[in-house]
Unconditional design. Structure first.
Ligand code: XIL
Length: 361
């Protein structure tokens, strides 16, 4: 008799568990690996439902080869930036060679899935060997820079709607970074880069992008002076990109200063490369505790809340740099364990994800 009861009971338990899973959208707790139900605003909400665009920087290789990564990007984000595929060395590795494959794949993926495509970056200090070794007078250098910018912008015209035109032109002391462009062309290279990009696609929104707004008042001031100067001279600039490779314990006051002072320029504001170390002292043995994950979530929330308070018309969006803790550039670059993003290496939402949603509540 008992045997007749056990089977239906088992079936009922299994059925209710699967239903519960579907409804509550369980989150794999990154801290102790147990399943828990993270109470999302509504079971169906994703980052796509935020009141401004939320994006991520992506890798063409991962989109091709990793179905989970691809599905997560499709599901969550409304804007994409190529992590590396549109950099000078990736697109233009030799003087007469352009390599569009990876960048085109990302742009096609964005278009097919209704996502905005943001271009990164037309001018930066990291250049391929042929540029470092190039010899020529000022006119030849101007031609080199113009040809690169205009070939790239023209190639993606109508498919890439905004560009980081100049990236990281200010150094740690607030001076102009002593890069190859400054050496060959002087400080006017910055104005020229914007003008060349604008000529090639007058509809594209053009950004100056840099880091340090959150932790270096000296650098922040120098960047704002540069950007205001561009505006005053009538250089075609539409926006400012705040990279925000930030820390879980960066004081709130610094975050507020960074975001509100950028908004005071009147330009569009893009938090363009958001990630958040929980290991700023590069401790090789650090483990990711629940406390750390919650502190990180609170800081994500504060950033989003502060950003959401600037005028709506200036909210270009927030882009995270990479997608999950598993593909973040931080651990490899700084040679340390770290967990900087809103998704864990198993593609599950972390407390930081909820922090982002909570920032606009
Ligand atoms: C980083 C990429 O994430 C790495 O894969 C690459 O090795 C180096 O560049 N600021 C920027 C980005 O503007 O382009 C950088 O991206 C991170 C810092």
């Amino acid at each position: 008799m008992k045997h007749f009861l056990i089977l239906p009971l088992l079936a009922f338990v299994l059925f209710s568990c699967s239903k519960r899973t579907a409804i509550l959208d369980p989150i794999l707790n990154p801290v102790n690996g147990i399943l828990r139900d993270l109470p999302l605003q509504s079971p169906k909400s994703t980052l796509k439902d935020m009141p401004f665009k939320v994006g991520a920087s992506v890798s063409a290789e991962l989109l091709r080869s990793n179905p989970e990564y691809r599905a997560l990007v499709m599901k969550e984000f409304s804007s994409l930036t190529a992590e590396n595929a549109m950099k000078f060395w990736a697109l233009h590795p030799e003087e007469n060679t352009y390599n569009w494959k990876d960048a085109d794949e990302i742009v096609d993926f964005a278009k097919a899935n209704g996502k905005r495509m943001h271009g990164h970056t037309l001018n930066w200090f990291e250049v391929p060997g042929w540029v470092t070794n190039f010899s020529g007078d000022t006119t030849a250098w101007e031609n080199l820079m113009r040809t690169h910018i205009q070939t790239v912008v023209t190639h993606f015209k109508g498919r890439v709607s905004s560009w980081d035109v100049v990236n990281e032109a200010i150094d740690e002391n607030g001076g102009y970074r002593n890069n190859i462009w400054l050496q060959k062309l002087g400080i006017s290279y910055i104005d020229k880069a914007f003008q060349y990009a604008h000529e090639a696609d007058p509809n594209a929104l053009l950004f100056y992008n840099d880091y340090g707004h959150d932790y270096s008042p000296i650098k922040r001031t120098a960047i704002l002076n540069l950007v205001n100067g561009l505006k005053e001279r009538g250089v075609p600039i539409n926006g400012i990109g705040l990279q925000f490779h930030t820390r879980y314990n960066q004081p709130d006051a610094d975050i507020t200063s960074a975001i509100t002072s950028a908004a005071a320029t009147g330009l569009l504001v893009h938090i363009s490369e958001l990630d958040m170390t929980v290991n700023p002292n590069s401790d090789k043995n650090l483990t990711y505790t629940a406390t750390l994950a919650e502190q990180q979530a609170a800081k994500y929330k504060f950033i989003v809340k502060t950003y959401y308070a600037i005028p709506k018309a200036q909210q270009f969006g927030i882009t995270t740099w990479n997608v999950t803790d598993g593909d973040s550039w931080i651990p490899g670059t700084y040679n340390r364990p770290d967990w900087p993003l809103p998704f864990d290496a198993n593609y599950k939402r972390k407390p930081a994800y909820q922090g982002i949603l909570d920032g606009v509540k």
